[in-house]
Design a binder for this molecule. Structure first.
Ligand SMILES: Cc1ncc(COP(=O)(O)O)c(C=O)c1O
Length: 406
């Protein structure tokens, strides 16, 4: 059985009990930490509504979750709320991403960008510890990958090679992938950090990790694979239970999730997950004033973020979350049917809640009225609809009515 729903009162109790186990800056002699509760003149802790507001209370208490709390030591001051983050990491890796219990580490990042950079940082350092150099390591991904992987390459001083996707299917062709890898090898690149997409930003398209595995194994080069589930990680595993972009696939060692997208959590709630044994490649030993040192990219970060994500997932439970995802899929089905009726060209990954339409088929004023997002603001070729909680059937029906048949 996957994770169960928790009653609101039990969620409240759990969070307040965790906060009570943290240091209490209000009435103890804590004088060595450059941290405190929020400014009391502005954020007063005795506001009566806080008793019923565990997330807001966590913000006011302001626990620092610096470091990674799923292995080794952590700052003991915030033990109580670190435990909630550990529960969240275990839930995401085991109940959503098919890992064996207690087989993964992870932490709540500032977002999908940080989680993607953390992955490349770990694998780059691993390759370098094993004899590679900056010139013979490259990121490998499809041309639909998120721009954060370009940031990762730039920051880490490694190369990036992309494989063009087919314009209609948005998937990579194995023969093109093979050519890309062969041309990299000719130029001396023999270590690859692969980003496999679990729903891309613009199309919701999903990569087949087996293509990368087959081509890279046949080429006898070193590779590590990360799944970018920043958009799809809280969606795709609930619509396609046979997917291979999680820890059930031995080729995948780490995953990015992002709760501030589909989960509607506050910004600052990306999640990085990796099989045990990998975080150490991002250890900064000079972080000696931090108990347990630091294997994360960010440094100080708010514990309230982990609490927010945990609260949302516990409120729904596995079945409730699956139902929510299916409601969004159902709404997208309705829009897809209307587009078919009108012969409007579009891409939709089966069961996805993103529908991306050919810009040529969409009048500009309709795109503007419904704030459809283009692939490129200067020369749009595509416009997308992302069916979220607020994108209700009435709005979708109004869009469908506003679109002329092609
Ligand atoms: C697939 C994918 N990866 C990474 C990111 C980056 O996430 P963030 O904006 O949270 O840094 C996004 C954001 O849209 C995304 O869609």
């Amino acid at each position: 059985m996957k994770w169960s729903q928790m009653r609101r009162e039990d969620i409240r109790k759990h969070v307040f009990e965790a906060l009570a186990k943290n240091v209490n800056f209000y009435d103890t002699e804590i004088i060595g930490i450059p941290g405190s509760h929020l400014d009391p003149k502005v954020f007063y802790a005795d506001a009566p509504f806080l008793e019923d507001a565990p997330f807001l209370s966590a913000l006011v208490h302001n626990p620092n979750h610096i470091g990674c709390h799923t292995s080794g030591k952590s700052e003991s001051f915030f033990d109580g709320t670190h435990a909630i983050e550990r529960e969240l990491i275990e839930l995401c890796s085991v109940d959503i991403l098919n890992a064996e219990p207690h087989s993964c580490d992870g932490y709540v990042t500032s977002g999908g960008t940080e989680a993607n950079i953390q992955a490349a940082w770990i694998y780059r350092n691993y390759f370098i510890e094993n004899g590679a150099n900056l010139q013979n390591i490259s990121i490998l991904c499809s041309s639909d990958a998120h721009y954060s992987v370009y940031k990762a390459a730039n920051l880490l001083g490694i190369q990036i090679h992309t494989v063009a996707v087919d314009e209609a299917s948005r998937s990579i062709d194995e023969a093109v992938l093979k050519q890309t890898v062969e041309s990299c090898i000719e130029r001396g690149i023999v270590h690859f950090i692969v980003y496999a997409n679990m729903m891309t930003t613009m199309f919701g398209s999903v990569d087949d990790p087996a293509k990368y595995e087959r081509v890279l194994k046949a080429a006898q080069v070193d590779f590590k694979m990360h799944a970018d589930g920043a958009y799809g990680g809280f969606f795709f595993p609930f619509t396609d239970e046979k997917q291979h972009l999680d820890f059930g696939n031995p080729a995948i060692d780490s995953v990015t999730l992002d709760a501030h997208k589909m989960v509607q959590a506050p910004y600052g709630t990306g999640i990085f997950l990796a099989r045990k044994g990998w975080m150490k490649y991002a250890r900064t030993q000079q972080a000696s004033y931090v108990e347990g040192e630091d294997t994360t990219l960010i440094g100080s970060r708010s514990g309230a973020n982990a609490i927010a994500v945990w609260m949302i997932l516990m409120t729904y439970g596995y079945l409730g979350w699956k139902e929510k995802v299916h409601v969004l899929t159902y709404r997208a089905n309705q829009l897809e049917a209307a587009l078919k009726d009108k012969n409007i060209r579009y891409f939709r990954q089966p069961s996805s809640n993103i529908i991306t339409m050919r810009a040529d088929d969409i009048p500009k004023e309709v795109a503007k009225r419904f704030t459809l997002v283009p692939d490129n603001h200067h020369q749009p070729k595509w416009y997308k609809v992302v069916v979220m909680d607020h994108v209700n059937p009435e709005i979708l029906s109004a869009l469908a009515s506003a679109l002329p048949a092609v």
